[in-house]
Design a protein. Structure first.
Length: 124
């Protein structure tokens, strides 16, 4: 991860982009790229969405957009001084406390709309 972070820093520096890599701009770019990832799945049924990676052209687009989202997230974290892996580990720990494993039977599968009526609030 550190090597990729440094490559992104060097890439931006070589092009003199640092003045534009503010937290606001990077957060906005991250949002745009996440929207482009979502666009690939817009209007697909759950079955079609599950099969996206079996279609070479769409799979390529998904990989490209995932890379763009990750690149902007890493650049954002660099600028604001957040270690993304530490932040994720801490968030998982908080979610494990906030959402303990339920006792009892297995939760029902999602309905046709993709909503699990028994799942309650989902972690963010």
């Amino acid at each position: 991860m550190d090597d990729l972070r440094q490559r992104l820093v060097d890439f931006a520096a070589a092009r003199r982009w640092e003045p534009f890599h503010t937290p606001k701009n990077l957060a906005a770019a991250l949002s745009v790229e996440a929207g482009e990832l979502l666009e690939i799945f817009q209007w697909l049924t759950p079955e079609q969405a599950a099969a996206v990676m079996s279609e070479p052209e769409r799979a390529h687009r998904v990989r490209d957009e995932v890379a763009d989202v990750l690149a902007y997230l890493v650049q954002f974290c660099t600028v604001v001084g957040v270690d993304p892996l530490e932040a994720l580990a801490a968030k998982i720990e908080r979610n494990e406390l906030r959402f303990p494993v339920p006792d009892g039977p297995v939760v029902a599968a999602p309905d046709k709309a993709g909503v699990n009526q028994d799942a309650g609030e989902q972690p963010v």
